[in-house]
Design a protein around this ligand. Structure first.
Ligand SMILES: Nc1ncnc2c1ncn2[C@@H]1O[C@H](COP(=O)(O)OP(=O)(O)OP(=O)(O)O)[C@@H](O)[C@H]1O
Ligand SMILES: [Mg+2]
Length: 475
């Protein structure tokens, strides 16, 4: 049995996964979002850790096993979120700065974009860790401080402060890792004023990484990957050209790019997908869309238009068409393919006949349009995309996605692919599975959505959407 820890933006999910890669127990704890100022988003690192302990205990309980029965732990996490803590006391020096946080937008404007693209595969956007770390270090004397993304922080806590490491997929989101050498880049460390002493060691995503002490048991931590890379692994996208979209808080389109970072693509980023022990790293081409499911949460919590996000399916389906209403959910700037941190959201096409259903439908449609914009930027001939995450439960959204993208969308039986990916990485390292083929064999399609809308209709909708996006970009 493997314990998969998925520390996400909205909450922490833990799964106990059996030798067939099936969940046997589940635990969940929500995480508090702190918004100290407009555009700022923070988490309490101690609360993140407590949520892991709570969700892990619940998952073990639910599976009716003890920690002693676990063969390994796999960790996957919200990426880029930046934590700094005191090495001696183990206390966080500040709240975690979450990936959605825009406080460093100004700083990003003066960064050398070409150098950053070449070295890291990324773009100078407040989304990534380095400017957040720079901000945190400017608040404090850096001697005795440790930096980590959420994987590092959890590993540190799991090992009682013994191990300070990060896996290469998480490291590739910091703006500090050279994606060609897979090592911290000295010039970038200098650029951001990061002393090497604060950095974690970079390790493989599937290996004997450390020994954790959890509920009195000693268990190897054998897998670590960022949530989107773990989902790509959990979706068994092992061959170059295989793609997945995860519909969570934001949506993230990742395509396996093989064993080289590949060439730069405007509007997208290149990232490390994973590295198995003793093997070359595998890379991915990625489109990062910041706000998708979060727009539905905002319609629910901010505007009170929805009782639950699940209601969105029936409400959107109650209309025959969008009646020209478009919602550009730039609630945290725009990521791929625009990368405009200052962009603000807007709704266009309102009339006196516009009802809440229109806004709900526009929010769901926006998820699909944004994904199509990313797929266009990729310029790849994809045969199919595999979908997962909360939004993949929504049949209206999945059908509309297939219609707008013009390619089939497959939803697997197990939609917790992020956690399953972390379990798979850990299980490969401890011998639960001997090869990736076994993981691929365990993947089962539950539902396939075929494009049904005429191409002309799809292109007309897309043109209207892009008109609305242009307005949002004008500010
Ligand atoms: N039925 C649904 N239709 C559309 N969207 C949904 C539905 N159910 C959940 N979502 C959206 O999915 C998101 C949650 O998905 P998921 O549970 O995969 O996210 P998560 O893993 O918590 O996200 P993250 O890792 O970013 O924290 C929420 O933003 C929610 O609005
Ligand atoms: Mg998640």
């Amino acid at each position: 049995m493997i314990l998969a820890i998925d520390q996400g933006t909205t909450g922490t999910t833990c799964l106990v996964v059996d030798d067939e890669l099936r969940p046997r127990g589940r635990g969940y704890r929500e995480v508090t979002q702190h918004y100290p100022r407009p555009g700022w988003v923070e988490h309490d690192p101690d609360e993140l850790w407590d949520s892991v302990l709570g969700a892990a205990a619940a998952a073990l309980d639910n599976a009716r096993i003890r920690a002693q029965d676990l063969d390994a732990i796999g960790i996957t996490n919200q990426r880029e979120t930046t934590i700094v803590w005191e090495r001696l006391s183990g206390r966080p020096a500040h709240r975690a700065i979450v990936w959605q946080d825009r406080r460093t937008a100004e700083r990003c404007r003066e960064l050398p974009a070409d150098l950053i693209r070449d070295r890291t595969g990324l773009v100078p956007d407040p989304y990534f860790s380095a400017t957040k770390l720079e901000w945190l270090l400017s608040e404090r004397e850096s001697s005795d401080l440790a930096f980590g993304t959420v994987d590092s922080w959890l590993l540190w806590k799991l090992t009682g402060g013994e191990v300070h490491a990060t896996d290469v997929s998480n490291a590739s989101r910091t703006l500090l890792l050279n994606i060609h050498t897979l090592d911290w880049d000295e010039q970038l460390l200098e650029l951001f004023g990061v002393p090497p002493a604060v950095l974690p060691r970079v390790v493989s995503s599937s290996a004997a990484i450390a020994e954790a002490q959890l509920f009195e048991a000693r268990i190897p931590v054998a897998g670590i990957a960022g949530d989107q890379q773990a989902a790509l692994f959990g979706q068994a996208c092992f061959r170059p050209g295989q793609a997945k979209v995860t519909y969570g808080t934001g949506s993230f389109v990742l395509v396996n790019a093989g064993e080289t970072p590949g060439s730069d693509r405007e509007g997208l980023v290149r990232t490390v997908a994973w590295r198995l022990d003793g093997e070359p790293a595998v890379y991915a081409l990625e489109g990062s869309i910041f706000i998708t499911g979060a727009a539905l949460q905002w319609l629910r919590d901010g505007l009170g238009l929805l009782g639950s996000v699940a209601e969105s399916e029936a409400l959107a389906g109650s209309l025959d068409a969008n009646d020209g209403v478009y919602f550009v959910p730039a609630l945290a700037g725009l990521g791929s393919p625009h990368w405009v941190p200052e962009a603000r959201g807007l709704v266009t096409g309102l009339t006196a006949g516009t009802r809440p259903e229109h806004l709900v439908r526009a929010a769901l449609e926006a998820i699909a349009y944004q994904t199509r914009d990313v797929l266009d930027a990729m310029r790849l001939e994809l045969e199919v995309v595999r979908a997962d995450g909360g939004g993949s439960a929504n049949a209206f959204l999945m059908q509309f996605q297939a219609d707008i993208a013009g390619i089939p969308v497959e939803v697997p039986e197990e939609r917790e692919t992020t956690a399953l990916g972390a379990a798979a990485l850990a299980g490969l390292a401890v011998g639960t599975w001997s090869s990736q083929e076994e993981i691929a064999d365990a993947w089962r399609c539950a539902r396939r959505y075929e494009p049904a809308l005429g191409r002309e209709d799809a292109e007309r909708l897309l043109a209207e959407w892009r008109q609305a996006v242009r307005r949002a970009l004008l500010g």
